[in-house]
Design a protein. Structure first.
Length: 195
């Protein structure tokens, strides 16, 4: 399937106005082509005869006015690309950076299917630093409501995502997980040869 028709099929599933769907599809193509998320790069694939200023205004209006249901978006994307809901290797991680003095801190649930890895669901954390148990559970419950835990082949998280209650939650829900644990403190009196 041609990429442009694939994107059109995905956006058609959201019931968006045709022009909004076209703008979104063009921005995705611009993103892939330019490998850049800045509006100037996204505008390169907009099919309009307008000047750069009008293209940028069109992108600004899209982001200002288009309501996106991200769970619906994730489901439609996966269903359209893979033709059915596949078994997924999930990866939970956090990404943060600064915009001026403001901290931008996201909890991201990514999915890996075969050689392809893509962000599936995310949540903006209103603070610096690690996520807490409830924030982690919420993002996995969003996955459960959208796809179902039966589609988790494996779940991987960094050593930042620890705690008895968190591991209990994964076990209770039969989520097959791998986690890099902080084992130094667990074996405080042990020597390397004892391990």
């Amino acid at each position: 399937m041609h990429l442009k028709s694939l994107i059109a099929k995905i956006t058609h599933g959201f019931g968006w106005h045709q022009e909004r769907s076209l703008t979104f599809a063009s921005m995705v193509l611009g993103l892939i082509d330019q490998r850049n998320v800045q509006h100037h790069a996204l505008s390169t694939s907009l099919e309009t005869k307008g000047f750069l200023k009008s293209k940028l205004e069109r992108i600004r209006r899209f982001f200002a006015k288009q309501v996106i249901n991200y769970e619906e978006f994730a489901y439609t994307l996966v269903q359209t690309v893979f033709q059915k809901i596949p078994q997924m290797d999930l990866i939970l991680d956090r990404t943060n950076w600064k915009l001026g003095k403001k901290d931008i801190n996201y909890l991201v649930l990514a999915a890996k299917v075969g050689p392809v890895t893509f962000p599936l669901l995310w949540s903006l954390l209103e603070h610096q630093g690690c996520s807490d148990l409830e924030q982690r559970k919420r993002i996995l419950e969003r996955f459960r409501a959208t796809f179902g835990f039966q589609f988790i082949r494996s779940f991987t998280a960094d050593r930042e995502f620890i705690g008895k209650d968190w591991l209990d939650y994964l076990c209770i829900n039969n989520i097959p997980f791998l986690s890099a644990l902080r084992i130094i403190g667990l074996f405080s009196g042990a020597k390397i040869n004892d391990l």
